[in-house]
Design a protein around this ligand. Structure first.
Ligand SMILES: Nc1ncnc2c1ncn2[C@@H]1O[C@H](COP(=O)(O)OP(=O)(O)OP(=O)(O)O)[C@@H](O)[C@H]1O
Length: 361
C-alpha cells in the first residue's frame, strides 16, 4: 500500500509507518506507537539548524544539500541508519524542507509488490524526496526495481501478460531517495551502493537531550526547570523520542498532582509513578536484572531459564530488555549464559557473592 498525506505536494507529508518494536507500550520503548505520531510530529525540528546533536552527520548533510542547491540539481540519495527514535524520519523531513521540495513517505513493509513501487516512482515529480522507512524490509523484486530507478532514473513497466508481455522503460525525473534503516547490515550491497551519502545516527548524550527537552518544553508551553530537564535526560536512554515521551508524562503529573511547574521534585515523582529509575530502566529491565542477581547469584544463566524466572518469553528478554542492559554494562553475554556485572549489583544496591569464596560460606 502506498501511503501519503493530503499535504504531500505543498510541503512535508507525514504518515504513520509500521514499527518493528515489540513492546511499544513501555514508556521507555524506543519505537513509537501510531497514536503517538501526532504528538511527535508537533515536536519535530523543521530545519537543520534546529536539529540537536549528531554534529558530524548534520554538517556532512548540510554540505551535500547546499552543494546540490547551489548547482540547481538534486542531491545524491541519502541513507540514514541507526536505532529507533534518534531522528531518521525527522532528518528526512528536514531534507525536504532544506531543498524546498515535498517529501513522499512510504516504508519497506508497505510496499508488497514491485508494481506498488513502480506506481510510486512513476508519479514522482522533479526534485521530490521519496522517504522509504525501514528500507531493509523491502521485498527483493521491489529492491531491484529501486536500484535501477536510483541509478538510471528509469523504471521498467511490464505491459500485457504471458508470452505477449513487454517491458517498457519509462524515464523518471530526477529525485532523491532518503532511506532509513535500523539494520544497515541487512541492506544488500547493490542497494547500499546506490546511496551517495550515508549518515549513521548515534545515541545522544545527556547535554544534547537536555537541549531537545528544553526546545520541546518551549513548544509545549510548559515551564521546565533546568534540573528537571537534566533528570529526564539522564533517564532517557540516549534517545530523543523517549526524552520527549517522558517530558509529556512529567507534564501530565505536574498538571494533575501539582501546579503545573516541571521542577526536579515533579520530574522525580512522575518518573517514580512510571517506574523509570535513575538509569532509565523500567520494571521489566529491573526484574531481569534482579532475577539474575538474586536467583542465579549473578549468573551465568541461560536465556530461557532467565526468561522463565521473570515470566516472559525468551525473545522478549532478548530483544526488549537485554540490548539496553548490555549497552549500559549491566549484563554481559558469555558462551555459558548471561552474567551480571559489578555495575548491576551496585545499581540494585546488592552485594555480589564473593568470588572464590568457599562452598560453605
Ligand atoms: N536531533 C533531534 N532534535 C530534536 N528532536 C529530535 C531529534 N531527533 C529526534 N527528535 C524527536 O524525537 C522523535 C522521534 O524522532 P524520529 O521519528 O525522527 O526518529 P526515527 O529515528 O525516525 O525513529 P524510527 O526509526 O522509530 O522511525 C520526534 O518527535 C523528533 O522530534
Amino acid at each position: 500500500m502506498w501511503l501519503r498525506s493530503s499535504v504531500e505536494r505543498s510541503g512535508c507529508s507525514e504518515v504513520a509507518v509500521a514499527e518493528e518494536d515489540t513492546a511499544t507500550e513501555r514508556v521507555v520503548a524506543p519505537g513509537a506507537e501510531d497514536l503517538e505520531r501526532a504528538a511527535e510530529a508537533a515536536l519535530r525540528p523543521r530545519r537543520l539548524a534546529e536539529f540537536v546533536g549528531q554534529r558530524v552527520v548534520r554538517e556532512q548533510l548540510e554540505l551535500v544539500l547546499h552543494a546540490a542547491l547551489g548547482r540547481g540539481g538534486t542531491p545524491d540519495h541519502v541513507l540514514l541508519s541507526g536505532p529507533p527514535g534518534l531522528g531518521k524520519t525527522t532528518l528526512a523531513m528536514i531534507i525536504g524542507a532544506e531543498l524546498g521540495t515535498s517529501v513522499r513517505v512510504t516504508s519497506g513493509p508497505a510496499i508488497q509488490h514491485a508494481g506498488d513501487l513502480a506506481a510510486v516512482l512513476s508519479s514522482l515529480e522533479e526534485g521530490e524526496v521519496l522517504f522509504i522507512d525501514e528500507i531493509h524490509r523491502l521485498a527483493r523484486p521491489a529492491e531491484e526495481l529501486l536500484y535501477v530507478a536510483m541509478e538510471d532514473f528509469r523504471v521498467d513497466v511490464v505491459v500485457g501478460k504471458g508470452a505477449g508481455a513487454n517491458a517498457i522503460g519509462l524515464a523518471l525525473p530526477p529525485f532523491t531517495v532518503v532511506g532509513a534503516t535500523t539494520r544497515a547490515g541487512l541492506l544488500p550491497a547493490p542497494l547500499r551502493d546506490r546511496f551517495g551519502f550515508t549518515g549513521h545516527l548515534d545515541f545522544y548524550d545527556d547535554g544534547e537531550l537536555e537541549q531537545v527537552l528544553s526546545r520541546s518544553a518551549g513548544l509545549l508551553e510548559v515551564d521546565l526547570h533546568a534540573d528537571a530537564g537534566g533528570e529526564i535526560a539522564s533517564r532517557s536512554r540516549g534517545t530523543p523520542r523517549i526524552a520527549n515521551r517522558l517530558l509529556r508524562r512529567v507534564r501530565d503529573w505536574a498538571q494533575v498532582r501539582s501546579d503545573g511547574t516541571l521542577d526536579l521534585a515533579a520530574a522525580r515523582s512522575a518518573l517514580a509513578v512510571y517506574e523509570v529509575d535513575s538509569l532509565g530502566l523500567d520494571r521489566l529491565d529491573r526484574s531481569v536484572l534482579t532475577a539474575l542477581c538474586t536467583r542465579f547469584g549473578g549468573g551465568p544463566v541461560g536465556l530461557t531459564t532467565l526468561a522463565v524466572a521473570v515470566g516472559e518469553e525468551p525473545e522478549t528478554v532478548e530483544t526488549v530488555a537485554e540490548p539496553f542492559l548490555v549497552r549500559e554494562g549491566l549484563i554481559g553475554r558469555t558462551p555459558r549464559g548471561r552474567v551480571a556485572t559489578a555495575r548491576a549489583w551496585d545499581h540494585l544496591g546488592l552485594v555480589p557473592p564473593e568470588v572464590g569464596g568457599t562452598l560453605f560460606g
